[in-house]
Ligand binder design. Structure first.
Ligand code: ATP
Ligand code: FE
Length: 368
C-alpha cells in the first residue's frame, strides 16, 4: 500500500508518497514563511495564490522521487480541515484534478489527527497514548485511543504558543538582530534566551488557578509586551532598535510559555492516571508541532514525564511541522482500518473550522 498525501491547510504546500511501513518514498515541500514574514503575517489570498503557484510542481516532484505514477497509488489523502479556507481549497481542487478519470480512492484528512498520529510512522506505538500539540496555530492535549478516536482534554482558548512567540519576536525586532538572521520567531527567542537571565522579570504563568488542561497565551504575551514598552521607555529605545536586555526578556518569555505548557501537560497526565486512561505498561507522552522543537520546552516536559513515569517521544522536527508525509501516513492508517475511504473527492467540502475528537475538557475541569 502506498498513499500520496497533500497538505495545504495553512502556509506550507506539501506532498509525499508514503508506504505502509512509514517509509517516505518521495516528498516535496514549499514553505511560504519567508513571503509571509515580509508582510508581517499570513494574508489568506496571498497564501492561496502561492499554493496555486506551487502545488502542481510539489506533487509532481514527490511522485517523481517515488518513481510512481498517480495510477500506481492505493489512495490520495488530502487535508480538508481545519485551516484557512482559501488554502484548503487549493489542495482539494488539485486533488480533484489529479484523480479525474482514475479509480484511485480519496481519503479526506483532519490536520490535527495527522499531526497526532505522525509518531506512529517512526515508532510502532500502540494506542492509547497522550499527545501534546503545540504550534503556530494550535495548542492541545488529547488522548489518542485509535486512528480516528481522540479525547480532547484541553486546548488554546485564545492564541497559540508559536503565534505568541512570533509576535514577541516581532515586537523585539529580532528579525533584524545580527544573531537571529534567517530564524523564525520562536527559534530566535530560543537562541537569545540561552544568553539571558529569566529571573530578571517576573512573569505570571497563565491560568494558575484554573485546574484544567486549557491553554491561554494572549494575556502572557500582553504582559511581555508591557514589559518591553516599559524597558524601551527607560532605555530611550526607538522603534526597530534593540533593547540592551533583549536576551533576558526572551528568557523570561520562553520560560513562562514553556512552564504553562508543562503545567497543563502535567495536569493531563494526572487526569489520565486518575481515570486509568493510560496503559500500565510503558505509558507515553507524544509531543509534536513547531514549538516542540524548543529545547527548553523539551527539558521541562522531560522532567514531568520522568517524574510521572511516562516515556517522552518527539517525532523528528521535519515531521513535527506541516508536511505532506503526515497526511499520507494518515491515509495509510485509515486504509488499514478501512475508515473514511471515498471513491472520489467529488462532493467533499473543506472545513476551515472543525472540532477535534470528543471534547471532555469540562469533565477535566470538574475533576480538579
Ligand atoms: P499549525 O501547524 O498549527 O497549522 P504552523 O504551521 O504555524 O501552525 P508549525 O509549522 O508546526 O506551525 O510551527 C511553527 C511555529 O513553531 C512558529 O510559530 C514558530 O515560531 C514555532 N517554533 C519553531 N521553532 C521553535 C523553537 N525552537 N522554539 C519555539 N517555537 C518555535
Ligand atoms: Fe500544523
Amino acid at each position: 500500500r502506498v498513499v500520496l498525501g497533500i497538505e495545504s491547510s495553512c502556509d506550507d504546500t506539501g506532498a509525499a508518497v508514503v508506504d505502509e511501513h512509514g517509509r517516505v518514498l518521495g516528498e516535496a515541500l514549499h514553505s511560504q514563511k519567508e513571503e509571509h514574514l515580509r508582510t508581517g503575517g499570513i494574508i489568506p489570498h496571498v497564501a492561496q495564490a502561492l499554493h496555486r503557484q506551487h502545488i502542481a510542481r510539489i506533487v509532481q516532484e514527490a511522485l517523481e522521487k517515488s518513481g510512481l505514477r498517480a495510477s500506481d497509488l492505493s489512495a490520495v489523502a488530502t487535508t480538508v480541515k481545519p485551516g484557512l479556507a482559501l488554502s484548503l481549497s487549493v489542495g482539494l481542487e488539485f486533488t480533484g484534478t489529479l484523480l479525474q478519470g482514475l479509480p484511485t480512492p480519496f481519503i479526506p484528512v483532519h490536520h490535527m489527527e495527522a499531526h497526532a498520529l505522525t509518531v506512529r510512522m517512526v515508532r510502532p506505538l500502540p494506542f492509547p497514548f497522550l499527545v501534546l500539540l503545540v504550534s503556530g496555530g494550535h495548542a492541545l492535549l488529547a488522548l489518542a485511543r485509535g486512528v480516528s478516536d481522540f479525547l480532547l482534554l484541553g486546548q488554546a482558548l485564545d492564541e497559540a504558543p508559536g503565534d505568541s512567540l512570533d509576535k514577541i519576536a516581532r515586537r523585539l525586532s529580532l528579525a533584524g538582530h545580527p544573531e537571529c538572521r534567517a530564524m523564525g520567531g520562536g527559534q530566535a527567542v530560543e537562541h537569545l534566551a540561552l544568553q539571558g537571565d529569566r529571573l530578571k522579570f517576573n512573569l505570571r504563568t497563565p491560568m494558575g488557578r484554573h485546574l484544567d488542561c486549557n491553554f491561554s497565551f494572549a494575556g502572557l504575551r500582553t504582559q511581555v509586551e508591557r514589559t518591553i514598552a516599559r524597558l524601551e521607555q527607560e532605555e530611550g529605545v526607538r522603534d526597530g532598535q534593540v533593547l540592551s536586555c533583549v536576551a533576558d526578556v526572551c528568557a523570561a518569555a520562553q520560560h513562562a510559555v514553556c512552564a504553562h505548557i508543562a503545567k497543563r501537560t502535567h495536569r493531563a497526565i494526572l487526569f489520565c492516571k486518575a481515570r486509568s486512561l493510560l496503559p500500565e505498561r510503558s505509558p507515553t507522552l507524544v509531543v509534536s508541532g513547531g514549538v516542540a522543537s524548543n529545547r527548553y520546552a523539551r527539558q521541562l516536559l522531560q522532567v514531568i514525564s520522568d517524574a510521572s513515569g511516562l516515556e517522552l517521544l518527539c517525532p523528528p522536527p521535519r515531521l513535527c511541522t506541516d508536511n505532506g508525509a503526515m497526511v499520507a501516513w494518515n491515509g495509510i492508517e485509515r486504509l488499514r482500518e478501512g475508515i473514511g475511504i471515498l471513491p472520489s473527492p467529488a462532493g467533499i467540502r473543506y472545513q476551515p473550522k472543525a472540532t477535534f475528537g470528543t471534547d471532555i475538557s469540562e469533565e477535566v475541569k470538574q475533576s480538579a
